[in-house]
Design a protein around this ligand. Structure first.
Ligand SMILES: [Zn+2]
Length: 339
């Protein structure tokens, strides 16, 4: 599959990568972050094919005719090495990584780019990641390393910081309505050392949006068509109708609430990608930052905040009172630490 097949979904990113190829400035290590590992693998192969082309066009597109291109078309590219988690343990072991480092260290067939791909890179434990760091720190000339993950939080910061982070998140939702409602402005208050009052102000603003959702859900259900009761209706049926109505309101509220939670999660995930070096313009939801000042956070802090966010999502899913969970989340992030 050529890179151009991804033009519609990721026009900016594809253009960015082609330009890098055209200028002879392709990076040596990329971390591809997404929500679907198979999709990431298809994209990684498409990018490898472009990067490996021996006589690219002026705009960086692969020629389709050189030896490398033909090998990629036939799935016979000789310098492609893929490591994935072993099927039983679901881990990428230190031994796997030693083998990988060894192969990447051997010089490749002249004219061919050596491509090393780690599928589900987060399946490396700390020892495997440390073993891999050596290769990543000084990749041999003529190599391209592609790390694929759906869970970048599991990777050591030293790994992330040595890669160009590329976001391939696809569950793209348009958050401009929530942006107008002030969600991201509230989230931008949350940063280290901001203090409890900022934290609680953010929590209150988000809580206000949730309350709006609750009212909107009741409205939406009321206006939806349903059986109309009158004075003659049997009380048991009336009770049943009321119960059904309440269930529909609750379901609609959860649907709307989950969109907000998804947006908050996307905020923290993107913040982590940015702190790891991803370019803002290439992220799936740059509209979040319209008119909002993005707090500067270190990769470690961004990772930690994403972890708090995951705990929040789990708590809400387990029916913990959402206002309480919000307060906890916002206070955890904005807490003043005496250092
Ligand atoms: Zn070619």
């Amino acid at each position: 599959m050529p890179l151009s097949d991804f033009n519609t979904i990721f026009p900016n990113l594809c253009e960015h990568l082609r330009q890098a190829k055209a200028k002879g400035r392709t990076g040596q290590a990329y971390l591809l972050v997404g929500d679907d590992i198979d999709f990431l693998e298809r994209f990684a192969l498409a990018w490898a094919r472009t990067a490996a082309c021996q006589s690219p066009k002026d705009d960086g597109t692969e020629c389709g005719e050189c030896k490398s291109c033909r090998h990629f078309s036939d799935n016979t590219y000789p310098e492609l090495f893929i490591v994935r988690p072993q099927s039983k343990s679901r881990t990428i072991s230190v031994e796997d990584m030693h083998g990988f480092d060894h192969i990447m260290g051997i010089s490749s067939t002249p004219g061919y780019l050596k491509v090393g791909m780690l599928v589900e890179a987060e399946r490396m434990n700390d020892a495997s990641q440390n073993a891999f760091l050596k290769t990543l720190e000084e990749p041999p000339a003529g190599t391209l390393l592609l790390l694929l993950t759906v869970n970048p939080r599991m990777l050591l910061p030293t790994i992330k910081s040595r890669c160009q982070v590329v976001s391939l998140l696809r569950n793209k939702q348009d958050y401009s309505t929530l942006a107008n409602a002030g969600l991201f402005k509230a989230l931008s208050l949350l940063k280290r050392q901001a203090g409890a009052s900022k934290g609680l102000a953010a929590a209150a603003a988000i809580g206000g949006l949730l309350a709006q959702c609750e009212r909107a859900a009741a409205e939406a259900v009321k206006t939806a068509k349903g059986m109309v009761a009158d004075k003659e209706t049997d009380p048991r049926i009336l009770k049943q109708l009321a119960d059904e109505q309440a269930a529909r309101v609750a379901a609609e509220y959860v649907r709307q609430r989950n969109i907000i939670i998804g947006a908050i999660h996307a905020w923290f995930l993107q913040r982590m990608l940015i702190s790891s070096g991803a370019e803002e313009a290439l992220l799936p939801n740059p509209e979040m930052y319209d008119g909002v000042e993005l707090p500067q956070v270190s990769p470690d802090e961004a990772s930690q905040d994403l972890h708090y966010m995951d705990e929040f999502s789990r708590a809400v899913a387990a029916n913990v009172d959402i206002k309480l969970a919000l307060d906890v989340l916002c206070l955890q992030i904005s807490e003043k630490h005496s250092s």
